[in-house]
Design a protein around this ligand. Sequence first.
Ligand SMILES: *Cc1c(COP(=O)(O)O)cnc(C)c1O
Length: 834
Amino acid sequence: MSLEVEDKMLDTPETQARPTSAAQGDEVAKFRAAVISKLTYAVGKNPAAASDRDWFLATAFATRDRIVDRWITSTRQTYSEGRKRVYYLSLEFLIGRLLFDALTNIEMLETARSALGDLGVDLDRLRQVEPDAALGNGGLGRLAACFMDSMATLSIAAYGYGIRYENGLFRQMIKNGWQQEYPEDWLSFGNPWEFERPEVYYDIGFGGSVEAIAIGGDRKKQVWHPAETVEAVAYDTPIVGWRGQHVNTLRLWSARAADPIRLDAFNQGDHVGALVNQVKAEAISKVLYPSDATPAGQELRLRQEYFFTAASLHDLIRRHVDSFGDVRSLPDKVAIQLNDTHPAIAVAELMRVLVDESDIEWDEAFDITVRTISYTNHTLLPEALETWPVPLMERVLPRHMQIIYQLNAKHLEKVRAAFPGDDALLGSVSLIQEDHGRRVRMGNLAFLGSHSVNGVAALHSELMKTTVFKDFYRLFPERMNNKTNGITFRRWLYQANPGLTNLLVDTCGPGVLDDASQLTKLEAMAGDSALQDRFMAMRRQNKVALARLIRDRLDIKVNPGALFDVQIKRIHEYKRQLLNVLETIALYDAMRANPAKNWAPRVKIFSGKAAASYQMAKLIIKLANDVARVVNDDPTVRELLKVVFLPNYNVSLAEVVIPAADLSEQISTAGMEASGTGNMKMALNGALTIGTLDGANVEIKDQVGDDNIFIFGLTADEVEQRRIAGVDETGSIRNSQHLGEVLDAVGSGVFSPDEPDRFRPLVDALRHHDYFLVTTDFDAYWDAQRKVDARWNDRRAWWQSSIINTANMGWFSSDRTISEYAKDIWNVPVRTIR
Ligand SMILES: *Cc1c(COP(=O)(O)O)cnc(C)c1O
């Protein structure tokens, strides 16, 4: 039997029975009329001439209408009940497409499908027309999006605050195996979800000077005279929770010049010069900054951070004072969560507002600040911990720099009193780094100004106490806590995998949709062969869909019966895509040497973007593509191995790949991945994980049990020990059965005959300073993969493990995560669904 996929099979779309009850007929008719009305009066088209994009806009407008009434009700209730509000400040919101999100949460997906079907329009085709709102780089931004969904679901009165970037994360194309970046102008055809609020804007100052004004006695007041102001204009997107009971606001700021045009210059013929201020001001919200550090554009990044933080604080303080009269009650009615250090300047800005603008004494202002703000740390990588050069801060934010100095002086005074003579401690907890040029440490600022500092997985939170915040932990042990990340099941299960969702409802009962812990009912049935067959059939459907996408985009045929082995995430050396590519090569060699062995046929699927300036990561992408070409062209392994690099990884692509994954690659160097959430998405959909004991993999292992996950490699402690001891890693290459040959092949140009030295930098790094311990873990990884083969070949065992994974992933719902934030950090009530 040939394992090559039949073309015909891929061309036959799976049809799912979607019964519409008679009771829904009325709703369908109403929605159909609403869409026609929107098409006519909001889009300005008649049905005969409408394109898919027009239909998409009309459908989105009709859907939005259904949300707006509930939105207004939610907002009014929050006001009238005087509820405490949560403000989630994040420089990134990776929300992706919203049509299915909104329709799922208001439970109108099938209604909309029927209504459009009556009009001869296919809702699933419209889904593809919506551009991805890629306002983030990866996990951090996606977490913020999942949290928005869960906060609305749990009826927490919350706002998300961020920047409305005109260009989201770049669009990745692969040309001749290399990554190329293109702008992502997601707004070019309009955004039907947002409401522009031109009347809601704040003047945000930059630069200038600070004047000390005497205000009687020897008291002085500091007045900041910015040299430049930029207007922050609000754009609101309603975020509706599960079952539509509560709607929150995602408020994104756009930069607008206070003086858009110099008419005098324009009239004198200097048409470009007349617009210079506008261009400079509006640059702030033009592009999402690639977080993966480059020195270029540093100042713009700092301006972005202050811009959205200051606008958000002004907005929430105005709302608070309108409702409650006095800024002093802020901590009782407001919780501000900083998603990483990007909004950490909030500590200094809130102090400035309280002290300079509200005339509150310094110590009281600081008390208010600390009780209001809390901070989430996302990384232990030293190079990713934000610091700003003091001269830059002095130039862009002179008053904030003064405040930071003053905060620091008082802070260090207390530390000196509590730990006399401990100069090392003083140096490490200072807000200012004194070596290598003076810099402001934003992590320390965020820590000092917060009552809660959390990590994002149990291991990560523990490591924070011994690494980045070791010394702060001595000062404020009670502040540090853990909030293991989660994902919203609405998007990553109900929308991405409706087939599996129906199966879970059939098996666990409809209550599982509201209470993910009911998934555990599956566990007792994991050995049931009928259930296993249904799981298998569902996965098969999703794999056929992915195989079709791979064929359409890459012209590669893959067999849906093979094991789909998936690594999708940002390309980064610590995530070790290179380890996976090297194992792929070793596997390819072994298969060629012995094609008759009972290998598990595999499709290795990679997807992810590299930061534009990250040369090593881009070279890894090229290697994956070069290996793919060689492997896919080799007839000896035709039935056994295919390698696929899917371009332009984003939320929408993830929604297709994740439900089709059999094996989830989570193989970071232990201690370096804070949590991961891709790991949760795939395990929830029934993929088995191959991974290191890193981030949330540790907790996934605890939930699913050692027998249902493939853990390998060094632990975080062992990595740390080896680095401290400076262990020479070249021994691992010598001792490995496969690795030496693989590296020789890569280094000598077997996969790059047109440029034999192309991959020398990768190989040299591994041979001489293997910082990410790829070679050290290689053999353990290889062995774990062979255990995967064995499990795959025992079909019953594989599907039992798969079911047990899904059964035990309920804890990773972001509803659980957000409930913990609400109770432990924000002190706000949550309402359970129904
Ligand atoms: C979930 C997600 C991520 C995070 O993936 P990790 O494997 O946790 O790094 C990144 N990008 C997108 C588009 C995602 O959906």
